[in-house]
Design a protein around this ligand. Structure first.
Ligand SMILES: [Zn+2]
Length: 324
């Protein structure tokens, strides 16, 4: 039994760094990194990550429970998997990040920051992910589910973001998110520096960032709120059929623009605690600043991740349109 979460919280190296169960072999690669390979053939190879933001504890607990059930054989492994607890020191401290947001550091972006524990970790995650996919069966389809919880509330409570990519979006990934009762899918219109952009761009993985509810400390999560995604991840890992969706149809949005903060007089026409997917109608003002105002042009839009307090030159929110 390898308890990845306890080892990570206690900053321990396991006595045994590899081993096997009845149906898979496992290898502890480094802090918060565990790879499991089925003894039988497999058609999917997947990265399951959480804790890229250290205070987003519910998905970390969810992965820890899945690992426990794999080792106790309550869950059969039918896919190759790399479990990732992204930012161990931030997880231990219960903070989103120490110096810089790790989910803006991928695709080599860490190289442009002052070296510290988080830039080292981002480099390590890139390297370990590359090694994991390189060692997987070449015919296995590649997946990456990066699990998060949001800082703010959301009018559509659970949603997934797809990185911008040139290859087509993967049908099975979309089916699985549909089965997980997500409320919405959001397609990025430009390359980013997130973990899922990295895996989609570098390994052509079918990758998605999941926002699963609000961030709370360890022990205060209502894990039943995460039951649908938990059930889906277990089905994907064990090769079982996906559950049937219980909610109304999933809504789909595309990012059409970013709101850039260009000067100190910048004002976002939303309260500081406004929820994700706040809606603006045609002609309404979204933001004002010296360089020019942002007005809704021809149809209603939704705002994701509004944050007027970013530094000048950075993104204060994303503007979405719904895909019919
Ligand atoms: Zn997050």
């Amino acid at each position: 039994m390898l308890d990845l979460l306890t080892l990570t919280l206690e900053q321990q190296t396991p006595e045994q760094t590899q081993g096997e169960t009845a149906d898979f072999t496992w290898q502890w690669l480094a802090e918060g990194l565990l790879q499991c390979t089925p003894k039988s053939s497999y058609s999917k190879t997947m990265v399951l990550s959480a804790g890229i933001h250290g205070n987003e504890t519910a998905p970390i607990e969810l992965l820890a429970n899945i690992i426990k059930d794999l080792f106790t054989q309550r869950l059969t492994l039918g896919a190759r998997v790399l479990f990732v607890l992204g930012n161990p020191e931030a997880i231990r401290q219960g903070v989103r990040y120490l110096e810089n947001d790790m989910n803006r550091m991928f695709c080599g972006a860490y190289q442009h920051l002052t070296p510290d524990r988080e830039t080292y970790r981002a480099a390590q995650l890139e390297q370990m992910t590359a090694q994991f996919f390189a060692q997987s069966h070449p015919d296995a389809a590649r997946y990456h589910y990066d699990l998060h919880t949001a800082i703010r509330s959301s009018l559509l409570p659970v949603f997934a973001l797809f990185p911008y990519q040139v290859q087509a979006y993967d049908d099975f990934l979309i089916q699985s998110l549909n089965a997980a009762d997500l409320d919405a899918l959001v397609y990025h219109n430009a390359a980013g520096k997130t973990f899922t952009h990295f895996t989609a761009e570098t390994f052509q993985a079918a990758s998605s960032t999941l926002e699963l509810g609000k961030a709370k400390p360890f022990g205060q999560n209502e894990l039943s709120e995460f039951a649908a995604i938990d059930q889906v991840l277990r089905a994907v890992l064990s090769g079982q059929a996906l559950p049937v969706r219980q909610k109304p149809s999933i809504r789909q949005f595309k990012v059409v623009d970013s709101i850039l903060k260009q000067s100190e007089d910048f004002q976002l026409k939303l309260n500081a605690d406004a929820p994700n997917f706040s809606r603006f109608e045609k002609g309404e003002l979204i933001a004002t600043q010296h360089a020019g105002n942002t007005v809704v042009d021809d149809q209603q839009v939704w705002i994701l991740f509004p944050n007027p307090n970013v530094k000048i030159g950075l993104r204060a929110g994303l503007i979405l349109k719904e895909i019919e």
